[in-house]
Design a protein around this ligand. Structure first.
Ligand SMILES: Nc1ncnc2c1ncn2[C@@H]1O[C@H](COP(=O)(O)OP(=O)(O)O)[C@@H](O)[C@H]1O
Ligand code: SF4
Ligand SMILES: [Mg+2]
Length: 340
């Protein structure tokens, strides 16, 4: 048997709780369980999409992986050139080395770029900070990066306000690529853009991925956005993963009722479709006050008594297809095929 390569990223039982403090003495009166027991791995060159409604904990997972915030528990192993480091426990010196290999692309291209810096300075800053290249070589490298993301290098002395939303996102992408990272966490990279521009930026991300063998954790609240870019999809609900599967499996044969509801809410071009969408009633569970049993049970149309009492474990129902639902085998859920 061929030994499977160690993944680039292994997230194990990741947990991030935010304390709720009250009063003059900052007494801790509760915990927001933003991320709980999240485990997944990501292979080199793969794109894993992390999807779920707003507030489900996606950004907190992304920030914990890059250690922009300190996780409450669990580990985040990153393996670069045979060096395997648990980012959650790494020293500042180790982090400094590993951070070169991991970059973040932000959601909002309007607020993530410093308005007082030129494009040259924005894109060249990581090179300057890491003392890569002298001034001239840096400028040449920035010009090359701008070309790669579809911008005119002659505009590198302009400020962000001179660019459109889509162009600004391209500037953010060029900056993220400056140090030739291996892992990119893209947190809702197209959510703030017009639909017509979204497709262009998605295409660019896909081209760059092929060209540089990049590995993506692609975060989105919109399942439709990830369909053409992801190899696998992980669905998150109230701080926990509820389903992980290869992208076609997930869309054609969802095994979790929450995924079924998300798929059925996707806009479909044919208005004559026969099946009405599965309505996702009620609010997303409050992570400071989660319902007992399966956290999705108050919104689940299949919920049984057991669901109100016992929290389901994540288990493999088919090769590579993990689900957290008591009834995963018993239910026959609707995928995209039935709807389109
Ligand atoms: N710094 C913070 N302090 C307290 N609560 C936070 C903080 N960051 C996120 N949260 C809470 O954690 C939960 C998950 O948030 P987030 O990871 O931003 O979700 P998503 O990206 O899926 O919308 C939300 O309830 C949010 O209010
Ligand atoms: S465990 Fe029960 S409530 Fe939770 S998703 Fe499955 S059927 Fe619905
Ligand atoms: Mg978010």
């Amino acid at each position: 048997m061929v030994e499977e390569k160690t993944p680039l990223l292994r997230v194990q039982a990741l947990k991030k709780y935010f304390p709720i403090v009250k009063g003059f003495f900052n007494r801790v009166v509760g915990q927001i369980r933003a991320v709980d027991e999240v485990s997944f791995s990501l292979h080199e060159g793969e794109c894993l999409a992390l999807v779920g409604e707003s507030g489900s904990g996606k950004t907190t997972v992304g920030r914990s992986i890059l250690r922009a915030i300190q996780p409450t528990g669990g580990s985040v192993w990153i393996k670069i050139d045979d060096v395997d480091v648990d980012i959650s426990k790494a020293s500042e010196a180790e982090l400094k080395v590993m951070r070169r290999h991991m970059q973040l692309i932000f959601q909002d291209p309007y607020s993530s770029l410093n308005p007082r810096m030129t494009v040259l300075d924005i894109v060249g800053e990581p090179l300057l900070v890491n003392k890569v290249y002298n001034r001239r070589a840096r400028e040449e490298h920035v010009a090359k990066l701008l070309k790669q993301v579809g911008l005119d290098p002659h505009h590198m002395r302009r400020y962000p306000h001179a660019f459109s939303g889509g162009q600004r996102q391209r500037i953010g992408i060029a900056r993220a690529l400056a140090l030739q990272p291996r892992l990119i966490v893209a947190d809702e990279p197209v959510s703030a853009l017009d639909v017509s521009v979204q497709a262009q930026v998605l295409n660019l991300l896909q081209e760059l991925q092929t060209q540089y063998k990049l590995t993506y954790l692609f975060i989105s609240h919109d399942l439709g956005v990830v369909r053409h870019i992801a190899d696998r999809v992980a669905v998150m609900y109230a701080g926990r993963l509820v389903e992980i599967a290869p992208v076609d499996h997930l869309f054609d044969h969802p095994r979790h009722p929450y995924t079924e509801a998300l798929i059925s809410a996707m806009p479909i071009p044919d208005p004559k479709r026969a099946i009405p969408p599965v309505l996702l009633s009620g609010e997303v569970a409050d992570p400071s006050n989660l319902p007992g049993g399966c956290a999705f049970h108050p919104r689940c149309r299949y919920a049984e008594d057991r669901c109100r009492q016992e929290m389901p474990d994540m288990r493999e129902v088919e090769a590579g297809h993990m689900v957290r639902c008591h009834l995963a085998e018993a239910l026959s859920l609707e995928g995209l095929m039935e709807r389109g």
